[in-house]
Design a protein around this ligand. Structure first.
Ligand code: T1G
Length: 699
């Protein structure tokens, strides 16, 4: 049986090599192996111990699959204390990612060396907990409170060079981790370096922890773990002993571990990894994509081209005229300049992209050799059909023909070609070079390897790709349309848009629906409403006319300086537009509505249940494969608060039977809008949850 920790003695140094692929997560077997390795080294009479990881990385953290299960000895904090207490000189050699409990094991070592590409960090706050194996006690002692608070509350990954500067690492040395570790341990022994137990260092100097705590809570929009971590660092400064600090850290860790927010964030962590694992793609090879074309260089097309270029793909950008192609290149150059400014792109790569990787074209003939095309022209079916007919003419056999449409019928577009099996939807979100969500929309005849190609392209562009079926709005926009309508209904019935936005930002959204509408442009929703009215709407539909009135007056939101809010140049955010109250009053009067008051809690509950109900229909109809696909869509495309895990994770924790009961109560006032999703009714009847459906695929 392969050992989870391989023990080897090299002269007077014991070597403990962790072997727990894929990321050397510190599960119970690995913890036991390290503990017995230290004990054996002490029995063997060596002078030093080297700890490192086999495979791709040093320890990437505690095994988060153990969260919520009864902990098994040795607990990680106890193991760290045991390592630190060893009379031998303990050295950790780091490669890959030393994260969370992994970095905590390294901090319990007496010295730390890393290879240049290594990263370290304490990302526990991103899975809803805090460092729980001494990180909040040792790191401030090692690098000071201010630096430690930034590392812990940001949860960011730190490159080796910066970690060396901060004092987290003692040395960065290129080479094989084992050899680098052995050489460093040898050097320390030969130079008589002392054991250096961080836990024995004096407590760090305190700061104004209340101020830090409150600022962090405000910034996190209700996320608790970073604020809890501040209190743990405070304990390191103020409690009489290191042991007392460890006890306090454990208490605070358990508080975070037992929170709904941890359940939400762990769900998000595994969901974003599961969403790309679809049974129908198992064993399906994607087609090779070495060069792509983007048709249309407007905001979306330029964003998509930028994202592909940043992923190292050469791009042919097709526009209708040379001037429009040049304007598109300017948009792309501006996007790339932003990436250079943010330190995400070197100037050399920037220059190479614009000089050698981006080709402008005004004729379809330039597309003959590309492997994949993304069409991003005007959202009009006839125009798209003409484009795809041309693509059918010029593109090579096997080229993937993708449309970026946000709601039009992929099947109808595919029918404009003689190769519907090569046609797929790749729905990017604006700005396409920043937003991580990609809806891979699968037509009735789309070939499996074309779907696999969509996912492979998404992965290469560092997107989180979600498979969607064909309907109006696919997954995200269809659900958005429903909860946006629910917000409009609440305005008609008595709530103000501004109260609704406030209630939802307090719930954790980055912005409320009316501020989002102003940001996206009220004219977009206006066009959708006019289209749906032209197609014919059910007479039972309740519509607010406030946004229409604003658009008719030329107020499209941020881009015109006025919408639901008034925007002044140079000021972030807007102030409520005083004209809106009268528009609402007129709207209500025209319908004979007597407004009533809403509490913020009711606003959030109605809004969320409208979202959940539509999401349950989307899953029930197979538009989304699983509930987790909807959660990932809302997390990555619509600003849903990550610490709640997504709308269907929220629903499971809120309780499905209560949700269904509310829908049935509200349907007495509006049976058309509040039609319970059959899947929701089925789950409640069977006593199951949305998470049960997610696990169904794993079975
Ligand atoms: N525990 C269990 N499984 C993990 C894991 C972990 N910590 N990290 C990754 N995996 C799985 C992951 O689900 C996937 O599984 C596979 O490994 C490859 O991961 C006390 C309590 C390390 C940067 O938060 O950030 O320590 O899908 O696809 O893109 O203070 O994984 O193949 O079945 O993400 O190369 C703190 C979380 C934990 C690090 C690698 N540590 N992991 O990224 O591969 S809390 C973290 C990551 C803690 C202590 C507390 C990334 C990665 P599968 P992957 P990757």
């Amino acid at each position: 049986m392969t050992q989870v920790v391989e023990y080897e003695q090299v002269g007077d140094i014991a070597v403990l090599a962790a072997n727990n692929p894929p990321v050397n997560a510190l599960g119970v077997d690995l913890r036991r192996g390290l503990q017995s390795g230290i004990e054996r080294a002490e029995r063997d009479g060596v002078r030093a111990v080297l700890i490192y990881g086999l495979g791709r990385t040093y320890f990437a953290g505690a095994d988060i699959r153990e969260f919520g299960k009864p902990p098994q000895d040795p607990w990680l904090p106890a193991l760290c204390n045991r390592i630190e207490a060893s009379p031998l000189l303990v050295v950790s050699a780091i490669h890959g990612t030393a994260l969370g409990g992994g970095l905590e094991v390294a901090l319990a070592s007496h010295y730390r060396v890393a290879v240049p590409g290594a990263r370290v960090g304490l990302p526990e706050v991103h899975v809803g907990v805090i460092p729980g194996a001494g990180g909040t006690q040792r790191l401030p002692r090692l690098i000071g409170v201010d630096a430690a608070l930034e590392v812990i509350t940001s949860g960011r990954h730190i490159q080796a060079a910066e970690a060396l500067e901060l004092g987290i690492l003692d040395k960065v040395q290129d080479g094989d981790p084992r050899e680098v570790g052995l050489a460093y341990a040898r050097h320390l022994l030969d130079s008589g370096a002392p054991r250096r137990a961080i836990g024995e260092m004096p407590p760090p100097q305190p700061v104004d922890f209340d101020a830090v705590h409150d600022a962090i809570l405000q910034k996190g929009r209700g996320q608790l773990s970073p604020a809890i971590a501040v209190r743990a660092v405070q304990a390191a400064c103020q409690l009489p002993s290191f042991a007392d600090g460890m006890t306090r850290e454990r208490e605070l860790f358990m508080e975070a571990l037992n929170s709904d927010q941890r359940k939400g964030m762990i769900h998000a962590f595994f969901a974003e990894r599961a969403v790309g694992k679809l049974p129908e793609l198992q064993g399906i090879e994607p087609r090779g994509v070495h060069r792509i074309a983007v048709i249309g260089g407007g905001t979306m097309g330029a964003g998509i081209a930028t994202s592909a270029l940043l992923a190292g793909l050469p791009v042919v950008l097709l526009e209708m005229s040379t001037d429009m192609a040049i304007a598109a290149k300017e948009r792309i150059a501006a996007n790339l300049a932003g990436a250079v400014k943010r330190g995400k792109l070197s100037q050399d790569v920037h220059d190479d992209i614009l000089e050698n990787k981006l080709e402008l074209a005004t004729g379809y003939g330039a597309l003959a050799g590309v492997d994949l095309v993304v069409e991003a022209v005007f959202e009009d079916m006839e125009i798209k059909k003409q484009v795809f007919a041309q693509l059918d003419e010029v593109c090579k056999s096997g080229a993937v023909l993708a449309t970026n449409t946000s709601y039009l019928d992929i099947n109808e577009i595919a029918a404009a070609t003689n190769r519907p099996w090569d046609v797929i939807g790749l729905h990017f979100f604006s700005p396409a070079h920043v937003m991580k969500l990609l809806e891979v929309v699968v037509g009735d005849q789309t070939a499996a390897d074309v779907v696999a190609t969509g996912f492979a392209l998404g992965h290469r562009m560092r997107k989180v790709s979600v498979r969607a079926g064909v309907c109006d709005g696919f997954i995200g926009n269809r659900i958005l349309s429903t909860y946006r309508t629910c917000a409009d209904h609440m305005v008609l019935d008595g709530a103000s848009p501004f109260q609704i936005d406030t209630a939802l930002t307090e719930f954790g959204f980055a912005m409320g629906p009316f501020a989002v509408a102003d940001l996206a442009g009220l004219d977009i929703g206006w066009a959708v409403r006019k289209r749906k009215r032209a197609e014919g709407m059910d007479p039972r539909t309740r519509e607010s006319h406030v946004a229409d009135k604003l658009c008719e007056a030329g107020h499209f939101g941020q881009k015109t300086g006025k919408g639901f809010y008034v925007y002044e140049k140079g000021r972030r955010g807007g102030t409520p537009n005083p004209d809106v109250e009268q528009l609402i009053a007129d709207d209500r009067a025209a319908r004979g509505i007597t407004p009533r008051t809403f509490t913020n809690d009711e606003i959030v509950r109605r809004y969320m249940i409208a979202m959940v109900n539509e999401a349950a229909k989307v899953v029930g109809e197979g538009i989304a494969r699983r509930p987790l696909d909807v959660d990932v869509t809302l997390l990555y495309g619509y600003g849903f608060p990550r610490y709640r895990g997504g709308p269907l994770k929220w629903a499971d924790m809120a309780g499905l039977s209560g949700i269904l009961a509310d829908i049935r109560t509200w349907s007495e006032q509006d049976a058309f809008f509040w039609q319970p999703a059959p899947l929701l009714e089925q789950l409640v009847a069977e006593g199951r949850t949305f998470d049960d459906l997610n696990r169904q695929d794993d079975a």
